[in-house]
Design a protein around this ligand. Structure first.
Ligand SMILES: Cc1cc2nc3c(=O)[nH]c(=O)nc-3n(C[C@H](O)[C@H](O)[C@H](O)COP(=O)(O)O)c2cc1C
Length: 209
């Protein structure tokens, strides 16, 4: 979309907003590349088009996942539009969440990769923002319930075949840090059957306890 004029952005976004009866939100990066950051402009067009909230990943498209996310552009957007702004990128702890919220003044934060590894990060962040303290590290029992619950949800949402594949990356990040996790992951990574994947994961956690 870098070569399109603002009118085209407006037309696309308004067409989507007008086509549906539910609120439309948008997620963008800070710009095309570091020399062409257009987040403020896009945010203003989004607001005029009826977009209800905007998430910004603090990297440019050409940065992909390299370097560190920056929140200056996000802060600038927040100061110049009135729709709710959600900051995203490299928020991986409660302290970082607090820093990003305070620095950029955003209405909310969005967490990607850190939540894949530790879905309990949301509870810790909420607790930290409310009290200034951390929740204790979840017990193995709680981790096990979370992982097994996630597997069931993946199978039911994506179907067993695709769900089993999708589960692998979650198992990698959630199980690998545990004792014996790396070896277990090498075995489970080859499994293509949902029932077998679930049972092996159940047994792994039972053996850890
Ligand atoms: C497993 C996974 C799936 C993602 N899927 C999408 C997606 O469908 N659409 C999107 O805009 N970004 C997607 N992202 C990118 C994230 O929403 C986010 O912008 C990016 O990972 C930076 O945030 P983080 O540092 O908290 O991970 C995905 C990221 C991960 C880790």
């Amino acid at each position: 979309m870098c070569c399109l004029d603002s009118g085209v952005h407006y037309k696309i976004l308004s067409a989507v907003v007008d086509a549906v009866s539910i609120p439309v939100t948008l997620k963008i990066r800070t710009g095309w590349d570091k020399e062409n950051k257009n987040a403020v402009k896009i945010a203003q067009i989004a607001e005029q088009s009826g977009i209800q909230a905007l998430t910004i990943h603090g990297r440019t498209r050409s940065c992909a996942y390299s370097g560190e996310a920056e929140y200056e552009t996000i802060r600038s957007v927040k100061q110049q539009v009135n729709i709710p702004i959600i900051a995203n990128g490299d928020i991986n702890s409660a302290e970082k969440a607090l820093y990003v919220i305070q620095y950029s003044g955003v209405d909310a934060i969005m967490i990607g990769r850190a939540a894949v590894q530790a879905p309990w990060i949301f509870a810790d962040i909420n607790y930290f923002l409310a009290t200034g303290n951390h929740l204790p590290e979840p017990s193995l029992q709680r981790k096990s319930e979370t992982v097994l619950g996630l597997l069931k949800d993946l199978y039911s949402f994506y179907g067993e075949t695709h769900g089993t594949r999708m589960a692998r990356k979650h198992l990698l990040s959630m199980v690998k840090p545990l004792p014996g996790g790396e070896q277990f992951w090498k075995k489970i990574n080859k499994i293509t059957n949902a029932q077998q994947q679930y049972t092996m994961t159940y047994d792994f956690f039972n053996a850890c306890n």
